[in-house]
Design a protein around this ligand. Structure first.
Ligand code: SAH
Ligand code: SF4
Ligand code: F3S
Length: 467
């Protein structure tokens, strides 16, 4: 794999904007406004990438629509994290043969993490002839060129070579929300957890320059953003490739000093690199949300070693306890994998006891899924599927009881929440810790902070009333 970082130059980006202009002119001649649909799978990193795909599309004259039916361009921005995620994409990709039959001009693209797997691009070449273009995340910055080549040369385009990981500043973005914005601070991952495909499909860790990140945050806040979520696979190693004396905690502190009424969140933190300095910084600045997503993956030190996570149960617990001691109201969430190859019943019970010790507000729970090319995919895995399902169900039941209990304790409190939308008749809001609150109110409150009395709770959410 190519491990270099390429910084995309202004001239290279300008050449992409020239393709946008050519595409827009091409459509202009037909006197129609073309439409485009982008479907996003997977994590926030992909959400952020989709905003760039939409940015390029809008710059090329497309109107963004909400379904594939009838759209002139369909882009599937895919996730490769688990087998199930890929099967869903292949299913939905197959269904696009019908939308394309009804609208023969439709151009279909597949990008994102699956496009970084050779076996996927080969399968599309052979078995999905209705797909016009495939490009990996390293080639996202070239999307206008790829689209132009498809429209103009009428030939399928595969931009999937293992290029150096790129950093491109200045790609236009069409953001999903004005209130809440994603800001990628780094790309890729160096950790090679033995189960995980991300380092293979997204390349090595590379950080954006702090000046670029700060400028983007300032701009967003000026434009009314109330919540900025900083994104990276391992935000705690931010800057290691660029600076010797400026780390993620320093970046957080600088963003937290930008004037304005807003909150900063971030994900994901790798426990190995989460430092006391980080927790102290979070505690110090009111604009940094007291919310931490700190995936532990397993409660067993033996399994953690086999996962190549570089921390053990004790160090993890020590860090969590320190974080809680400096932030008593901390909302803590995590990821956990059940049924890693060779996980014994006792080791699984260590995971259960860890979640009981830590008392997470909520958990993202996964059953191990072997990914071709990762070390864990070839490890001996004698535990039957039914047994893994049983462990999974038990884990969820234990966590649900904890979430329910934590949510019950909110009832009677008054909390400052950002009103962020509407669901049916009710408005939705988020606490500083990111918990969902539904309440009655008029639409004009959307986008404001309100004090809400918490009146009820379930495992998943809270209900409230304006204070
Ligand atoms: N960079 C983040 C995780 C990104 S992937 C981190 O290290 O915390 C999100 C989650 O998917 C992981 O935390 C893990 O719990 C889960 N995951 C990743 N690969 C998986 C696999 N092969 N099978 C099951 N779950 C997996
Ligand atoms: Fe995957 Fe581990 Fe990197 Fe997270 S830190 S993206 S789990 S390899
Ligand atoms: Fe999936 Fe890629 Fe994110 S594999 S979880 S979309 S980094």
């Amino acid at each position: 794999m190519n491990t270099k970082t390429t910084v995309i130059t202004e001239a290279q980006l300008a050449s992409q904007f020239a393709y946008c202009d050519k595409i827009a002119a091409w459509w202009h001649e037909t006197e129609t406004t073309p439409t485009a649909y982008v479907e996003t799978y997977g994590c926030q990193q992909n959400e952020a990438d989709s905003e760039k795909l939409r940015g390029y599309l809008v710059q090329s004259g497309y109107a963004i629509v909400r379904e594939a039916e009838g759209a002139d361009v369909v882009v599937m921005n895919t996730c490769a994290i688990r087998e199930h995620a890929e099967q869903r994409v292949f299913g939905n990709l197959g269904a696009l043969t019908h939308t394309k039959r009804r609208h023969p001009g439709q151009k279909i693209f597949l990008c994102g993490c699956m496009a970084g797997e050779t076996k996927v691009s080969e399968r599309i070449k052979k078995s999905f002839p209705h797909v016009d273009g495939v490009f990996s995340t390293h080639h996202l910055w070239q999307f206008p060129e790829i689209l132009w080549n498809v429209l103009n040369r009428k030939k399928r385009q595969f931009y999937v070579e293992d290029e150096a990981g790129s950093i491109a500043e200045g790609i236009p973005q069409v953001r999903d929300s004005k209130l809440k914005s994603w800001v990628s601070i780094m790309y890729g991952c160096n950790n090679f957890c033995t189960y995980c495909i991300v380092p293979y499909v997204r390349g090595r860790e590379r950080s954006r320059k702090k000046e670029d990140i700060l400028a983007e945050c300032r701009q967003l806040i000026e434009n009314g953003t109330r919540e900025i979520t900083l994104l990276g696979q391992n935000v705690n190693s931010y800057g290691k490739d660029l600076y010797s004396d400026f780390d993620f905690a320093d970046l957080l502190a600088e963003i937290a000093q930008i004037p304005g009424d807003f909150l900063i969140r971030f994900m994901t933190s790798h426990p190995r690199d989460a430092s006391e300095k980080l927790f102290d910084t979070m505690a110090k600045y009111p604009k940094i949300a007291k919310q931490l997503h700190l995936p532990f993956q397993s409660g067993s030190s033996r399994v953690l070693k086999a996962m190549n996570r570089h921390y053990d149960r004790e160090t993890y617990l020590k860090k969590v306890n320190y974080a809680k001691s400096v932030m008593p109201d901390l909302v803590l969430t995590s990821d956990v994998i059940v049924g890693f190859p060779g996980e014994t019943e006792e080791e699984f019970e260590e995971t259960i006891s860890l979640i009981q010790d830590v008392h997470y507000d909520s958990l993202f729970t996964f059953i191990f899924s072997p990914r071709t090319g990762t070390p864990a995919a070839t490890m001996e895995d004698p535990t039957p599927k039914e047994e893994k399902n049983r462990r999974f169900d038990k884990l969820c039941a234990v966590q649900n009881a904890i979430s329910e209990q934590i949510h019950e304790a909110y009832v009677g409190k008054t909390m400052r929440c950002l009103v962020d939308g509407k669901e049916g008749e009710l408005l939705t809001a988020r606490t500083e810790g990111g918990r969902l609150v539904r309440f009655e109110g008029c639409d004009s409150l959307i986008g404001t902070y309100q004090n809400l009395n918490i009146t009820g709770s379930t495992t998943w959410s809270l209900t409230g009333a304006l204070a």
